[in-house]
Ligand binder design. Sequence first.
Ligand SMILES: [Zn+2]
Length: 383
Amino acid sequence: MNENLSLGRIFGIHVGLNWSLLVVAALIAWSLATSLLPAASPGQTSGAYWTAGVISAFVFLASLLAHELAHSVVATRRGVKVEGITLWLFGGVSRFSSDTASPGAQALITFVGPLTSLVLGAVFYLAAVAVGGGAHPGLFSATLSWLGYINISLGVFNLVPAFPLDGGRLLQSLIWLRTGDRLRATRIAARIGMGFAYLLIAYGLATFIFAGSLIGGVWAVFLGWFLLSAARSEEVGGLIRQALSGMTVAQVMTPNPVQAPDDISVENALHGYVLASRHSTFPTHDAAGRLSGLLTLTALKNVAPGARPTTLIREIICPLDKVSTASPADPVTNLLGLPAGCSEGRTLIVDGGRLVGIISPSDINRLLQRSVSGRSQVAAGSE
Ligand SMILES: [Zn+2]
């Protein structure tokens, strides 16, 4: 889910939107205006239904944002680096660029999201009652109670103990808290999540076969399959984390990478740097010698041959604020799962404002392979 539209910063946290969510918002406004609100509060004009429908869709998006902001704000307070929030088809995603050190902090960061949805839901319901709910609610009250219903559903659904839902993460932190063993907690939570996924798939198949419900059945199977693959990747992620634990960035990085000045042309960069070395990316510096970004082969290739002599690499580099950075003493596990972006997954290693190294995804893969083969040699030797 790529971010298509930036909404700026809220509480210092970057918020973006994927177009898929606007489609969802339009569907919500449409179904509220044409069927849900007319059924709940009959006798209004279609203009009134549409106004209420569109406003509700926006309030719903704001509710999703409140859920994600709760995760991100608490994470920031607990010392976790937050990359930003993206709102998309299935709700929101908060991206963290560093790991939680303690199960307690992780449980808290996870729980405040559904809690926010549940509290918002309760507030909307109470407001609906206060403005005159009951058997024949006015349009305003019917709208408020729909917002109450959708927020409570969101809170409850997110508490289902299956990855990647908040409930899965919460279960994992609670087991981690009890056993003190993070990998075991991940394994158990992933297994329970798989159990839920299989139940959902079985339920979907049963509704399809016995009740003949095609859409409901297929949707449940699809959701079950999605939860199943999330549980698997969570389990694999746990193993990777285990293999890399205790290693620092300094042990993995390629030290002192070749830096290119950012005021040379693409033509000169190709001949002077790319063809002259075996590297495919180059950190760049400005005229004052300060680190300015990262030049990738992809960016160079995207410049048409005719424009190469006149295009400066400063115009095509991945700017520093879009490249992830780390310091040599950071744990390598912090670099797992970072969004690739224009830096193509590279992380620049900076120490006291000075560039000291670079890490690419293939460096981490090599390390993993070594760690896995090292482990199997130990196992063979002990037999
Ligand atoms: Zn959440």
